[in-house]
Design a protein around this ligand. Structure first.
Ligand SMILES: O=C[C@H](O)COP(=O)(O)O
Length: 261
């Protein structure tokens, strides 16, 4: 665990399968009006949007030189070819995405993504200059058995297999206990710190302490303006991956201003 002040917090809104391209424009405009330069100096702000929204968001961000970053919620492990329905790293890169979420629990649960596929997707992201937001976290059964740390670290190991130190230096890891996602049952700050701290420790083992100290580790799962400050006060929590609350632009702005809550 190190001083958080060396790491710029990252607040990322994961819109999941919400907001069509017109709603996306309206939402990003609201964020642009709500966020000040002071906010952007203190916190990096990103939105992870449906593929169909990316061009609209890119146009707004580039046209108005907004300081909001954007990205996708998934990427194919393949770069091109006969993979119906997939969207590739080169396609996301061409749309100037900064981030891509990989291994979200909803993809693991509903689309059968395992650690090997998550690992292949992380490598695909790096091949094309995209920064992965690697999602890890345990389900309720694992939590009840007290195995949350071992389970989550195994996911980190799997996802970062054969990922170089140069690549891993830029990864963002989102610890999202599945039982806290969309349930309103946020993890306690101590729960979040336990696993986020363990993830940083594992990065030090896999790479080195300097790298581990530089990587940003987010918490995700029922984050709202009312609970974000306590979670962000934990030494190894460097931001939040926000689902439901990020669909309300005013609420997301309050989350970005977690220091005022
Ligand atoms: O990616 C975001 C997480 O799944 C959290 O979603 P939530 O804030 O709606 O619980």
């Amino acid at each position: 665990m190190t001083e958080q002040s060396t790491r710029t917090p990252l607040m990322a809104g994961n819109w999941k399968m919400n907001l069509n391209h017109l709603e996306a424009i309206r939402h990003v405009q609201k964020l642009a009006f709500g966020l000040t330069d002071k906010d952007h100096d203190a916190v990096e702000v990103a939105v992870l949007v449906p593929f169909t929204d990316l061009r609209s968001v890119q146009t707004l961000v580039e046209g108005d030189r907004l300081r909001i970053r954007y990205g996708a919620q998934d990427v194919s492990a393949h770069d091109s070819g006969a993979y119906t329905g997939e969207v590739s790293g080169p396609m996301l890169s061409k749309l100037k995405c900064t981030y891509v979420a990989i291994g979200h629990s909803e993809r693991r649960q509903y689309h059968g993504e395992d650690d090997a596929l998550v690992n292949a997707k992380v490598k695909a992201a790096y091949r094309h200059g995209l920064t992965p937001i690697l999602c890890v976290g345990e389900g309720l059964d694992v939590r009840k058995a007290g195995n949350q740390v071992a389970h989550t670290l195994a996911q980190v190991d799997g996802a970062l297999k054969d990922v170089t130190a140069e690549q891993a230096a830029t990864v963002v890891i989102a610890y999202e206990p599945v039982w806290a996602i969309g349930t309103g049952e946020v993890a306690t700050p101590e729960d979040a710190q336990e696993v986020c701290g363990a993830i940083r420790g594992r990065l030090a083992e896999l790479y080195d302490q300097e790298l581990a100290d530089a990587v940003r580790i987010q918490y995700g799962g029922s984050v709202k303006s009312g609970n974000v400050a306590a979670i962000m006060a934990q030494p190894d929590v460097d931001g939040a991956l926000v689902g439901g609350a990020a669909l309300d632009a005013d609420e997301f702005v309050k989350i970005v201003r977690f220091r005022d809550q």
